[in-house]
Design a protein around this ligand. Structure first.
Ligand code: ADP
Ligand code: MG
Length: 593
């Protein structure tokens, strides 16, 4: 989505809210205010859960931190509520840094349990810490605007608008793409993303929005007690987000509004219909949620046309490109492997592999399935470091460096099974390849100062897509592409790195003849630009076409190296391959050339 309509929507929201408040009954104004306050928090949840892959059951606790902060400052110390806002946000952010530092490093269920743990701890802290008023809380918190409900409602929706604008700007930026790639950790780290930092960033941003919601609540209700910051509230926010649709920022607003209205309606109509003996409205609410999720498993906004859903699209048009990386001179050694071994609990996947790769050279790595080719890629790129031996990149020992540090030095790769983010557009996926060549951060994105760099990134990505013959898909959602096209997109992403060394793991598998030709041309063109290329490929025709040299791996050891011609005649190679029905056809064909 382009920012202009969003700015218009952003200024329109509070205006509409104010006007609506004039025209509709008080009861509805109250609901609108509640919905808006929840929406501010839920926008953070969409960023964190929907885009960053972190499910949080503790978001209400951050709202509580800001609410208590402003309550103390504005009652005890009689300071301005606006100072309370700044302090509340600062405290929510600071505690998110500390809590996030520990939590986001956990994975899967442990992370979810972690959010439970701090959600509960903070609730009990609110109730028990001296000076916070126990379960009764702190009363006498000042209202805003002399208690005008209309102005307060407009303020709430102004917060929603700002949150929305900020969220779109962040998600549709360099850091936003890193956040959205972070759930695919191995891939993201291979392109230089520090996934722990990316997750911490979105965690802190979401906490800031929760803090803003807590501040609003404190000055709306004019009393702060632990109740609204209980685990139950966190679960309800999560419900709102899921019902609205975690994949869409609009989902936060739709979900918050739908749940607020439904709850209020149930609270009055269920006891009237079914008697007020039990808490039946909770049961009916639960059934409604289940029914809704049956009808729209991806939330209410998933039923809308895509352009309504406020998803970051990354659709900048530009022809300018990023400045190229300094390249080593032709024939200079780029990668030097010495005696690289890799053990997996007993099994020896690589046994003393040594090889050299020079600038401006295409080296093909061939060998039967299970020979250790992908394992070698993971050892070189730092995803799964060698057990023994050394890997040098431009003369520097990188054997023990993390993948993202090696990526920053100019190594790019593709994966045997494409690792793309299916919900991101093709051009956004490719833009991630340029992560290490660019620098803008969250602040620049929030202020819109990253746009010049962003247009160069997108110009670069478009150029790389064109080089692989898949430019037509630039704005498609990646998950909708055929597997062959996805492979080419993966190669384009690696090219967007402007790498010094490029590692391609079976890039031609499953490609149609015409696609293979595009790929071969692109590989040769990159070689001619001085890039060192290591390519794993089973199709020996393809290898014979593009490779300068071939290394043959079998059972984790190098059994032969030489020119393509020498290799296809080598009896050890033929023996190694003939054991394998699926590739022997390729060998036979290559031998008949
Ligand atoms: P190739 O890419 O040449 O087909 P791989 O590198 O994927 O082969 O695998 C080489 C050997 O290492 C295989 O025997 C495989 O089962 C084993 N292997 C690969 N990764 C792991 C792992 N993470 N844990 C245990 N064994 C593994
Ligand atoms: Mg493999």
């Amino acid at each position: 989505m382009s920012p202009q309509p969003l700015v218009i929507a952003g200024t329109a929201l509070p205006l509409i809210a104010a006007l609506a408040a004039l025209a509709i009954p008080d009861y509805w104004v109250t609901l609108l205010t509640y919905a808006g306050m929840s929406a501010v928090l839920c926008i953070g949840l969409v960023m964190m859960t929907g885009y960053g892959g972190i499910t949080s059951f503790g978001q209400a606790a951050f709202a509580g931190i800001a609410a208590y902060a402003t309550a103390i400052l504005t009652t005890g110390l009689a300071l301005s509520p606006w100072l309370g806002l700044l302090t509340g946000l600062a405290l929510a952010v600071a505690s998110a840094f500390v809590i996030g530092w520990i939590t986001v490093r956990l994975s899967g269920h442990y992370l979810v349990l972690g959010t439970f743990a701090w959600g509960i701890s903070l609730f009990y802290a609110f109730a028990n810490v001296e000076g916070l008023g126990g379960y009764n809380g702190i009363g006498g918190v000042p209202g805003l605007f002399g208690g005008s409900r209309l102005l307060f409602n407009a303020l709430v929706w102004a917060f929603v608008a700002v949150a929305l604008l900020g969220a779109v700007r962040v998600l549709d930026s360099r850091i936003g793409r890193a956040i959205r790639a972070a759930p695919s950790k191995a891939m993201a780290e291979s392109f230089g993303v520090d996934t722990a930092t990316a997750k911490l960033t979105v965690f802190v941003l979401a906490a800031a929005l929760a803090g803003a919601a807590g501040w609003l609540q404190a000055h709306y209700l004019r009393i702060v007690n632990p109740g609204p910051f209980h685990l139950n509230a966190s679960v309800e926010y999560l419900f709102m987000t899921i019902i609205g649709g975690v994949g869409s920022l609009l989902g936060a607003i739709v979900g918050a509004t739908a749940v607020t209205v439904a709850k209020s309606w149930l609270q009055t109509s269920v006891p009237a219909l079914l008697g007020s003996g039990f808490n039946l409205e909770g049961v009916v609410f639960g059934l409604l949620v289940l029914g809704l999720l049956q009808a729209a498993p991806r939330g209410m906004t998933a039923l809308l046309p895509a352009s309504f859903a406020l998803r970051p699209r990354g659709s900048r048009r530009s022809e300018t490109r990023l400045p190229p990386r300094a390249k080593p001179a032709a024939t200079q050694s780029v990668l030097a492997l010495r005696s690289v071994s890799k053990h997996f609990s007993g099994a020896q996947a690589l046994d003393r592999v040594s090889l050299d790769l020079n600038a401006g050279e295409i080296l093909a790595l061939v060998g039967p399935n299970g020979a250790g080719k992908s394992t070698l890629f993971n050892a070189i790129t730092g995803l799964s470091p060698a057990s023994n031996g050394t890997v040098a990149l431009l003369g520097e020992d990188v054997t023990r460096l993390p993948a993202r540090a090696i990526a920053r030095r100019g190594l790019a790769r593709t994966f045997q099974h494409a690792h793309l983010r299916p919900e991101m557009t093709v051009i956004e996926n490719v833009s991630l390849g340029a992560h290490t060549r660019t620098a803008q951060g969250v602040a620049a994105a929030l202020l819109g100062r990253d746009r010049p760099e962003e247009s160069r990134i997108f110009g670069e990505a478009r150029g790389c897509l064109a080089e692989l013959g898949v430019a037509e898909f630039a704005n498609a959602r990646t998950g909708t592409l055929s597997l062959g096209s996805q492979r080419l997109v993966e190669v384009a992403r690696a090219v967007a790195c402007d790498p010094i060394a490029l590692l391609l793991d079976e890039p031609a598998a499953g490609l149609r003849a015409e696609e293979k030709q595009h790929l071969a041309n692109a590989i040769v063109a990159m070689r001619d630009r001085g890039i060192a290329i290591l390519v794993v490929e089973h199709d020996l025709d393809f290898v014979a076409n593009v490779a300068d040299r071939v290394v043959v791996l079998d059972f984790g050891t190098v059994i032969a190296q030489g020119t393509p011609d020498e290799i296809v005649r080598d009896p050890r190679v033929i023996a190694a391959y003939l054991g394998q029905a699926e590739v022997s056809g390729d060998v036979a064909r290559a031998l008949h050339h």
